[in-house]
Write a protein that binds this ligand. Structure first.
Ligand SMILES: Cc1cc2nc3c(=O)[nH]c(=O)nc-3n(C[C@H](O)[C@H](O)[C@H](O)COP(=O)(O)OP(=O)(O)OC[C@H]3O[C@@H](n4cnc5c(N)ncnc54)[C@H](O)[C@@H]3O)c2cc1C
Length: 332
């Protein structure tokens, strides 16, 4: 019988453990308790010069065993190296659950690993639990967000990915005697077809870090055109907010996909979310309803977005946004 929960810890390009790992860790601890107190383990890949710093990040976090692979060729993510090494580890330690953050990297890695292991993968889950039979029940939206499906996996490891910001980090200090286990790496035996020559961040990524934004100003089709989004941007600049958008706005070419919020975009929970000209379709709200305070501006008093808004402004965005920009300028 496979044992324990294994979480893939993505290491960022600036050598931090990606936040989604800690979000998964808290959830994994809950699941481990329900499974009778099984181990919660982690695995990461890094270059030798960053290993010591990374070990500190895993200390006092309640992780039982941290498996790591070190090689300078593992500094950058490689589908082929990472997946082969992770598959070998899983075959060796036989976890009953394998959790991966649904980052761009996780979305690349998880399906490869699950197909090689001939097991199931439930992607983009919004809830994880253990059922009465001790199986992982992974819940995710389906049929365009109209239904929630709870999916069981018949094989081991039971795999799931979860997007960043879906679970909140609760505990910080959790002292257990964490063991660090270095794994053998022989990359020469693995075929690698891709060489990464350069990384380029888009301008939007640099100025618009949705994941860590305190305030997000999001635009929908009510903004109508590029000028509408320009107005949104001016407002965002005034109040120091990041910009988000609905899928319809992205599809209309008003904003890049990297800022799409919702079921097929990002999940965010800033302190303040200001929805401008957004109807409030469920596929959008699943990505932002965890925000601490939601403000909605919409000229239709019956718009669905008002059902989840803490503050609602019924009116025309083309009148309200300039007024807000103006009033903010006066205060300054
Ligand atoms: C499988 C699937 C996945 C999807 N994934 C996503 C997703 O990840 N994210 C997402 O956002 N959507 C997603 N969608 C699309 C979603 O269903 C909605 O169609 C979309 O969110 C609507 O975007 P919107 O609110 O910008 O546009 P609309 O629904 O057209 O709403 C525009 C709103 O603006 C208001 N308005 C118009 N003029 C003004 C004005 N002058 N002032 C103020 N208000 C005004 C209107 O009253 C209306 O409420 C998905 C759909 C499917 C089927």
């Amino acid at each position: 019988m496979p044992k324990g929960i294994l979480i893939y810890a993505q290491i960022t390009r600036d050598n931090y453990v990606h936040r989604v790992f800690f979000e998964l860790l808290d959830k994994a601890k809950e699941l481990a308790q329900k499974l009778g107190g099984v181990d919660v383990n982690a695995v990461f890949f890094a270059s030798p010069d960053s290993i010591e710093g990374l070990k500190e990040a895993f200390s006092n976090m309640g992780v039982n065993n941290v498996f790591y692979f070190e090689d300078k060729r593992l500094k950058e993510y490689s589908t082929e190296y990472y997946s082969k090494l992770l598959i070998d580890l899983v075959l060796d330690i036989d976890p009953e659950i394998l959790l991966i953050g649904a980052t761009n990297q996780g979305r690349d890695l998880a399906p490869r690993v699950s197909s090689a292991l001939h097991t199931g993968l439930t992607a983009d889950c919004i809830e994880l639990d253990i059922n009465e039979k001790g199986q992982l029940s992974a819940t995710r939206p389906t049929f365009g967000g109209q239904l929630m499906a709870t999916i069981l996996c018949k094989k081991y490891p039971q795999m799931a990915t979860v997007r960043p910001n879906v679970f909140k980090v609760k505990s910080i200090d959790d002292r257990v005697d964490t063991k660090f286990i270095k794994r053998e790496v022989n990359l020469d035996e693995i075929k690698n077809h891709v060489d990464i020559l350069e990384f380029k961040k888009t301008v939007e990524e640099i100025i618009n870090d949705l994941d860590s934004a305190d305030i997000i100003v999001a635009g929908g089709m009510g903004l109508k055109n590029k000028q509408g989004f320009e107005l949104l941007k001016q407002f965002a600049d005034k109040i120091g907010a990041a910009i988000g958008a609905t899928r319809s706005a992205v599809e209309a070419g008003l904003a890049p996909h990297s800022v799409q919020i919702g079921q097929t975009g990002k999940t965010v929970h800033p302190n303040i979310y200001i929805a401008c000209g957004i109807s409030g379709a469920i596929q959008h709200t699943v990505g932002m309803e965890g925000s601490a305070h939601i403000v909605a501006i919409n000229n239709d008093a019956c718009a669905q977005i008002f059902e989840i808004a803490d503050t609602g402004i019924v009116g025309d965005v083309f009148e309200i946004l300039p007024a807000l920009i103006e009033s903010y300028s006066c205060e300054k």
